[in-house]
Design a protein around this ligand. Structure first.
Ligand code: FAD
Length: 278
């Protein structure tokens, strides 16, 4: 008989926490999954799934614009201007009907606050203390904010965390970062009618991927009207008269309605009190 409440405790229920807790429960272990926000983490709620849904909508819209005789079966006209409620509806469905079922054997603590360590085998959530033989840290990452002068004057910065909760597609958007997130969103928003511009310090799009792939992607982006500025050093970003102004050391002064920061990720560890671990 174990001295612990659970064989496995996972902190965070994104893809990592989901796999560990669902597999653990299937293997007959006693599992508790703690999530401060929503099941599915970034991937399900503000990452992979909504971004792919938006890309799909954008692809349909692009096809319709290119070939006007094509019937717009997948997308109703209001969704072109505001695709986000339709995406949210699908996410809510998946959350209840797919994820809920998958985790029926797991004890879940959802939306009761961030978990922190009391010691190596004890976690606290609100007033509750839970012990586990193995505690898995699955707390993921959040958008990194580079220290660019003037950035604090932009009071409505977009990141993947609020991007899918907008009320309309902006008329124009500057995107800092040409990695997977910046590139995907540049194309999705562009195809939905937003003028998108990528500015990045790396020499080609998708800097962690093959250079050839990044260069091919840039060619396609240019054909679609997406501007790409590689090898740029951003000296200032500020909000002036309701517009975002981005200045580079190389001499560009770029302007747009909104700013999307997609310039890397930083681990989410602050609430955990890791110093309590032996
Ligand atoms: C726009 C976008 C598109 C993407 N597209 C893809 C894609 O197509 N394919 C792909 O493979 N990846 C994609 N990703 C990356 C993918 O989302 C991440 O790699 C994945 O979500 C990481 O999973 P995770 O479980 O490690 O962390 P997360 O999904 O970030 O989950 C961590 C969870 O931990 C919770 N948490 C944090 N701290 C605590 C705490 N102290 N107590 C309780 N809970 C806590 C958080 O609320 C969160 O729910 C995309 C990301 C973005 C932003």
């Amino acid at each position: 008989m174990s001295n612990y409440d659970y064989d496995i405790v996972t902190i965070g229920v994104g893809p990592a926490g989901m796999v560990i807790s669902a597999m653990g429960a299937e293997m007959g272990l006693k599992v508790c999954a703690i999530e401060k926000h929503k099941l599915g983490g970034e991937c399900m709620n503000v990452g992979c799934i909504p971004s792919k849904a938006l890309l799909r909508m954008a692809k349909v819209r692009h096809a319709v614009t290119k070939f006007p005789s094509f019937q717009m079966e997948e997308m109703r006209e209001p969704e072109v201007k505001n695709p986000f409620p339709a995406i949210q509806e699908k996410l809510d469905y998946i959350n209840v009907h797919k994820y809920g079922v998958k985790f029926s054997k797991v004890d879940k603590i959802i939306g009761e606050g961030a978990a922190s360590f009391v010691d190596s085998h004890t976690v606290q959530v609100g007033q509750r203390k839970i012990t586990g033989k193995r505690i898995f840290i699955c707390t993921g990452t959040k958008p990194a904010m580079p220290p660019i002068p003037g950035l604090d004057t932009v009071d409505d910065i977009l990141t993947n965390e609020n991007l899918f909760h907008q009320e309309t597609i902006p008329e124009s958007m500057l995107i800092v970062g040409g990695g997977a997130i910046g590139s995907e969103m540049a194309q999705a928003f562009s195809r939905l009618g937003c003028k998108t511009t990528i500015v990045q310090m790396d020499p080609h799009l998708l800097p962690f991927a093959d250079q050839f792939a990044g260069e091919q992607l840039e060619k396609i982006f240019k054909k679609e009207g997406i501007d790409v500025y590689n090898n740029r050093s951003i000296t200032r970003i500020e909000k002036k008269d309701g517009r975002v102004i981005l200045t580079t050391k190389e001499g560009e002064i770029l302007e747009a309605e909104r700013l999307l920061m997609a310039a890397g990720r930083t681990p989410v560890l602050e609430a955990l009190q890791l110093e309590k671990l032996e």
